[in-house]
Ligand binder design. Structure first.
Ligand SMILES: NC(=O)c1ccc[n+]([C@@H]2O[C@H](COP(=O)([O-])OP(=O)(O)OC[C@H]3O[C@@H](n4cnc5c(N)ncnc54)[C@H](O)[C@@H]3O)[C@@H](O)[C@H]2O)c1
Length: 280
């Protein structure tokens, strides 16, 4: 559904991490930020220079500079914030952290058989990177008064989705960092929130075994159906705007109502058919 511009981010400048290809949630966020009048720097891991399409996205969103940085490297992040504030000639108003990767999940390693080196890497990329990003931005005085930070999470942080495995732990840590840093950023007039998104067909999403079943189950359970990447982007721009200036430390659901549900008629029908019984 095409959305008109409300000019919500007019005059705002920031960094968006995690756009790789068109399906990336951060790709839709960059387009929505551009639509709302915001200016941005785009960033992703250096390895994505080989297969990502950041240069293409840059053109779509007004020739935004592309600065590659590994979000697990403090040195890379420090360089990124130095370049970003130099580019804009001052501190920034928003950061979008849309980064995640589950190494054991990708390689179908069960939760009881985790490779601990990969587990560390998963937590480092998917959660601790948010801490690093915020720390680097603070230490370089890169955040303007009233700045807003948004990260993207999944309800697997709070409830068990069996195949989500180690990523549930990573998202639980991510949401905890949002609260812990949120408290400390408040005194600086900076806020931070997590958007908990429906299953979405992206590279990271489809790397999870059982993704299609998770997607279909959520679709049947959610009164509004699954939220797509574009709606996540629209919700995110409201959180980057001044309209939400008193909202911080929250996990906010963009999930079509899934998180409020226990059972729906369509899942009852599905299970009834599957077990071959007739409902009264
Ligand atoms: N797709 C879903 O179903 C879904 C649902 C809820 C939350 N999320 C979350 O949304 C976020 C974005 O994922 P997506 O679904 O758009 O998939 P995606 O694969 O398009 O995006 C993940 C991004 O993380 C980047 N990344 C990985 N390692 C990095 C590193 N070391 N440094 C910098 N960047 C790195 C990747 O290059 C990629 O751009 C993730 O946090 C993901 O967990 C996804």
């Amino acid at each position: 559904m095409p959305v008109k511009s409300y000019g919500l981010l007019h005059g705002k400048r920031g960094v968006i991490f995690g756009a790789m290809v068109e399906s990336s949630i951060a790709w839709s966020i960059a387009e929505a930020v551009h639509r709302e009048g915001g200016l941005m720097v785009l960033s992703n891991a250096p390895v994505t220079q080989r297969f990502g399409k950041l240069d293409e996205l840059s053109k779509i969103v007004g020739d935004a500079p592309v600065i590659y940085a590994d979000a697990t490297s403090q040195e890379d992040l420090d360089g990124l914030f130095a370049e970003t504030t130099e580019h804009f000639g001052g501190p920034i108003d928003f950061i979008v952290h849309s980064i995640g990767m589950g190494l054991n999940v990708r390689k179908d390693k069960e939760y009881t058989e985790l490779n601990y080196d990969w587990y560390h890497k998963t937590l480092d990329i998917s959660a601790i990177s948010l801490h690093r990003v915020v720390t680097s931005a603070l230490e370089s005085n890169s955040l303007a008064d009233g700045a807003s930070i948004v990260t993207i999470t999944y309800i697997g942080a709070q409830r068990i989705f069996s195949k989500y495995s180690e990523m549930g732990d990573a998202k639980a840590l991510l949401e905890s960092i949002v609260r812990s840093y949120g408290y400390r950023l408040g005194g600086l007039g900076v806020r931070i929130n997590a958007v908990s998104q429906s299953p979405t067909r992206t590279t990271a999403g489809q790397g999870i075994a059982g993704f299609d079943a998770m997607f279909d189950f959520a679709e049947k359970m959610s009164p509004l159906g699954n939220a797509d990447a574009e709606s996540c982007a629209d919700y995110t721009v409201t959180l980057l705007s001044d309209l939400t200036r008193s909202v911080t430390m929250q996990t906010l659901y963009n999930d079509g109502g899934f998180s409020g549900m226990g059972m729906s008629d369509s899942t009852i029908e599905l299970i009834t058919q599957a077990v071959g019984k007739t409902e009264k």
